[in-house]
Design a binder for this molecule. Sequence first.
Ligand SMILES: [Ca+2]
Length: 406
Amino acid sequence: MRITRDSAKWKKPLGQIAGLVVVGTLLGGCTTVRPQWPWVFAPPGAVSYPANNQGGQAPVIRPPVVTAPPRTTNQPLPQTLPLPSPVVTTPYPSVNAPRGLGGDYANYPELRQFIGKMNNQHGFDIAFLEQTFSSVQRDKEALTKAGAPAEGQGWRAYRPIFLTEERINGGVDFWNRHAALLDNATRQYGVDTEYLVAIIGVETQYGKNTGKHNVLQALTSLGFDFPRRASFYQKELEQFLLLSREEKVRPQIFNGSYAGAMGLGQFISSSYRSYSIDGNRDGKRDLWDPQDAIPSVANYFAKNGWKRGTGVAVPAYISGNGYASIAETTAKKPARTLGDLAANGVRPQTAINSAKVSLIKLEGATDEYWVGGENFYAITRYNPSVKYAMAVHQLAQEIRKRKFGF
Ligand SMILES: [Ca+2]
């Protein structure tokens, strides 16, 4: 997430905060490369807009402030942005008549409706949104990735992607570098430390790969050019704009995954708004900063039912025929007891303390059976694949073993 500081308007406030950044970095002992955070940005206020405008009465829009916004390094804004007239004579949204919207999505009626909704429901300034979306270039790579078939490999092929020496050692290194932050998060949120480390390892290689897609562009492309999941991505786009406003950050500057996931823990916008924590209490929820990202991941787990010390998953012994009908290959909330499993010929190979459990089947050339507890299910709230949750679990265990020797 980078911006250039090429606008004189931003130089003074950015200069003033530069000292704060230095102090904050020294205090936090943070060594991760952090995005530059333009705290000074605030989008224009809401237009004067008739309540419950259903198309009969034209809104009155303030004359736009014609000030070139700062630009992202990889996404130059057009030199001459089409700006709306201060006096609007037709109701908005109009699906046919182009107004202040330019760029790749200028002729998308659905985007016009979306802008109207953001104005009506959330009070966003229409001129601001039109200017914002006029800068969007279609993210073809995001569309290609989103349309690719779901991961089809079996567990035996999936596991080595994440269970590498580099990722295990990287986890120990991350743990050592951020021991105090991790200890605090574990205590405060009641989430076992090795799982906080493993999630960040699986998601971003401990912050090395937080994603190079411009989030605004990716979400706009997926929201309006990817019909199969348009509804989901339009909702995330709505959340993303609300997030940008809350954090006082220009929407253009966020980078993330092709699906719009951000920061060390790869939170999508709705999760960012719901679960992120301002760990260092500097007024910003900056998920590229371990001081905020680590407690945020812990909070995510805590809010999704993590119970410290109750285990996650253990291999299962199976016998008879009863187990096949209760084996789960997708994430489901555990609803059985160990006694229920035993009645179906399943028992855990080692102890697991979870009150409710499931029999998990990892499909492959040779299927594997595991007893998964409530914490296993909590990991699937992060990503619904049981293979993903098992990779996080096994990486966490390997990191713990490497760090402590057991
Ligand atoms: Ca913060």
